[in-house]
Design a protein around this ligand. Sequence first.
Ligand code: C2E
Ligand code: CA
Ligand code: CA
Length: 590
Amino acid sequence: MNNNTFAQQKTMLIVDDFEMNRDILQNIFKDEFYILQAENGLVAMEILHEKKTDIDIVLLDLVMPEKDGFTVLKEVRANEELSNIPIVVVSASGEIDGELLSLELGATDFIVKPIKPHIARLRVQNILARKEVDKLRVQHAMMLEQHQKERVLLNLITQSKNEYQKLAEYDQLTGIYNKSMFVQKTEEMLANNPNKSYVLVRFDIEKFKVVNELLGRQEGDALLKHIASILKKDVSTHGTYGRLSSDVFVACFPHSKENVERMVQTYTESMKLYNLNLEIILCFGLYIITDTDVPIDSMIDRANLALQTIKGNYITRYAYYDEALREILMKEQEIVHEMEDALNNGQFKMFLQPKCELKDGSIVGAEALARWEHPTKGFIPPGKFIPVFEKNGFIMALDQFIWEEACKLLKKWIDKGESVLPISVNISRVNLFNPQLSSIIANLAEKYGIPPRLLELEITESAYTNNAYLLIDLIHELHENGFTVLMDDFGSGYSSFNMLKEIPVDALKIDLRFLSGNDILGRGEQILESIVNMSHAINLPTIVEGVETKSQVDFLQSIRCNRAQGFYFYRPMPVEEFETTLHSHKKKES
Ligand code: C2E
Ligand code: CA
Ligand code: CA
């Protein structure tokens, strides 16, 4: 019989040197067990080694030739694979010592010959039942262990999930909410309090880059943490707050003038005490939430728009978003929407404003200025669209258009064989990051056969302070191609004469409007005079722009200024008008 055929039936190994004994036992157990027989300990061990735990129980005689029952017991209990198999010692009555010894050696139970079948059966049943219970117990213990393991694993997973969530929800540096969490929590707060009026605040540190450089990165980080801790203390009970990026924080809480002023006040005072050697200024942009359907992101943008109106203004620390700002935003959007078509449809025009000799008002050149001739809105001044184009990069396309217009006009003049005046064009600072810039301009001049000296390039002063090295390289490149570079709006920024040593510009354009104003002490005039004097000293030609009155002209002449540009002489005008003006001028002269 094959053990496998009775997969459910248990297997019993009967070990006895007397065949008759073996048969008696077989008869008793044959209905419940698949029986294997061994005539001595040696054969028994062979079978055990072969079948291992397929043997469910062993009935073992003690006294046998070859290998006796004691040795079998010892060997089985010492063998890791076999030690759990129940062994019932079957021994003649009176073998008390054997009984004891075999129990000591690990026999599971004891049956005494002559065998009483029902007692034998009961004992074996009990043993197997006990084994079953033990097995269940082991299984249960194993399950418990597994369960424990799973729990630990589960804990680990939730822990790392929490960590991950923390990463996803909290700003690493300050431990307060990051943007997405701020948005979510604010949405919830607004939804849960439909009857309350809230304000959304976006604020940052004025010139944080500079502060960071002065304090050092670590101190800069500490400052940000400090700001976050104030938010936590002041806002956590009634509002939401978070950090958007570097020095940009947001908060949302019930709106009242007092709440807002208290916040601004708290921060202003805290910043005063935070670092006594450095003035740290925070600016706040506020948006009163009137419409909760506006996405939080847009609310943040609106607060930012308000914030931008007070940037660089050291007196006002906070500003509200209002309808006027909305209007500006809408107009900007309109401009962005229309700009490309406008360029393709020829709505942009080059105007020219003459540059004049102060002593006699004769025209010595012109500046090209862009105008947008809108089909329905009329002329839009550059102040309205240039800043928008600088923000979105479209200025590069417009500038190139104007440069090309200037080149075309110069070519027309050259072809007519007239004496040709130089035209200066503006180069927005946005272009400076274009490594192709000088080759674009050189190619244009070449395409129209323009001597480079006729196309002058105006680069505004503020570009020099922010990107000095980039600019120095660029100016060298432009010089190599034969172009002239003018520093535009000198006096509007923070340039010093010292800088001019390193920046090889060919001329300065000084804007009167940045210097004079209503200064009763006449300091502006004094500054202008010293600028002009110093320019003479270093052989740097100057031209003064924004000249509007006769008295300004007189003053400029008195300080040995030679050239000027301004409404006093001419306003910017269409090309045809410029040409007729020029001709009538020449006629007057001759
Ligand atoms: P800007 O380069 O300083 O140009 C001179 C501005 O001063 C012109 O303003 C001109 O009309 C104005 N102006 C000239 N004389 C007087 C005066 O006596 N009184 C007053 N109040 N203003 C005077 P405009 O044409 O409105 O241009 C403003 C600015 O827009 C320009 O300042 C320039 O920065 C920019 N811009 C104009 N066209 C272009 C362009 O094609 N490309 C670039 N990148 N910028 C341009
Ligand atoms: Ca200019
Ligand atoms: Ca200027």
